[in-house]
Write a new protein. Structure first.
Ligand code: TK8
Length: 332
């Protein structure tokens, strides 16, 4: 009798085991893409994210990185993340504003005097508000990384004053506020995707552009741009975005691992980006390029020249976004 029971239990246990699909846990693949080189702080931030996420998930996640515009420029990468053809993308905030207008807030000239102000804005209520707005365009914001303070370069003349800007054919990102800024300052701006920029500068279809020192150095713009001015006219972040369905398809535990890995990578990337910004400036000087440092009066003249653009921001963004902007500007 005993032997019979034992046998029955064994048969039942075997049947149970076979009926529950004992799949090996599937590895979750995250494809992440961006438009800069492998030397950029942006790419190193993704390398860090990959390392931390693969390690802390014990291989339950695998991250594949696609730098250098391999999968397209900012606009294409954002569309790919929206459609789910790509899980994660990094685009500068300026072209992203073409998808969600409240990101125009970051394009207000001279909005941030330093990184502390920029990080407080991104990590505070404004940043969270902007990420919430991404949900309606099928995206989730994972973190704000540094693209950096933008500087003016050109092949025509040394720029120290607003008058010096007059008539410069300047490439801007595909963003109406950047266009308005340089038009107001007297340049002749035109929008262009980042991937076309070096050739346009080399063939003199464009006289100038504006980017952080890292891009000016890594993408060799300095080779065809003899004049460099540290203008710091705008600070642009890299919002790191993920496809909405991909994100909500993750378990709470997996979401937590991704968020904590992103948190580590964000702290690492911001610190590295600042170091690389200084390093790029030193490399530009070593390459024989002078970095024109503006005096306080010269900088004030640029701020004054740009002020109509700041005042016009109200028409560009939602009332809630404008309130967050004006609360920030009027903070004590
Ligand atoms: C790279 C761009 C770049 C940006 C620009 O994909 O377009 O000038 O500063 O970093 O996002």
């Amino acid at each position: 009798m005993m032997r019979m029971c034992k046998k029955m239990i064994l048969v039942l246990a075997a049947a149970l085991l076979l009926s529950t699909p004992c799949q090996a846990a599937q590895t979750i693949l995250i494809k992440a893409a961006h438009g800069l080189t492998e030397f950029s702080g942006l790419h190193q931030g993704f390398v860090k994210f990959k390392e931390v996420l693969e390690a802390t998930s014990n291989g339950e996640f695998a991250v594949e990185l696609y730098p250098n515009q391999q999968l397209g420029g900012d606009r294409e990468l954002t569309e790919a993340a929206q459609l789910g053809n790509l899980a994660v993308a990094a685009t500068t905030s300026a072209p992203l504003a073409g998808f969600e207008k409240d990101f125009f807030i970051f394009d207000v000239p001279f909005m941030f005097a330093n990184r502390t102000e920029a990080f407080a804005f991104m990590d505070g209520e404004p940043g969270q508000f902007l990420f919430k707005k991404l949900e309606k365009i099928n995206l989730v914001g994972l973190g704000f990384w540094e693209n950096g303070f933008r500087n003016l370069t050109n092949s025509r003349k040394a720029v120290r004053t607003v008058e010096d800007v007059r008539g410069i054919k300047l490439r801007t990102m595909e963003n109406p506020i950047h266009l308005a800024l340089w038009k107001t300052l007297g340049a002749n701006p035109a929008p262009m995707a980042f991937g076309e920029l070096f050739t346009a500068l080399q063939q003199k279809h464009m006289d100038g552009q504006e980017n952080p020192f890292g891009q000016i150095y890594d993408n060799k713009f300095y080779e065809v741009q003899p004049f460099i001015t540290r203008s710091h006219h705008v600070y642009t972040p890299f919002p790191i975005i993920i496809n909405n369905e991909f994100w909500h398809g993750l378990s709470p535990a997996h979401k937590e691992i991704v968020q904590s890995s992103m948190k580590d990578a964000t702290a690492y990337q911001r610190k590295l980006a600042e170091e690389l910004d200084d390093k790029a400036a030193a490399n530009l000087r070593r390459a024989g390029r002078e970095i024109i440092e503006l005096t306080t009066e010269q900088l004030d003249a640029f701020r004054k020249g740009a002020s109509p653009v700041a005042q016009a921001i109200k028409e560009r963004v939602s009332p809630e976004a404008f309130k967050l902007y004006s609360d920030y500007v009027n903070r004590k």
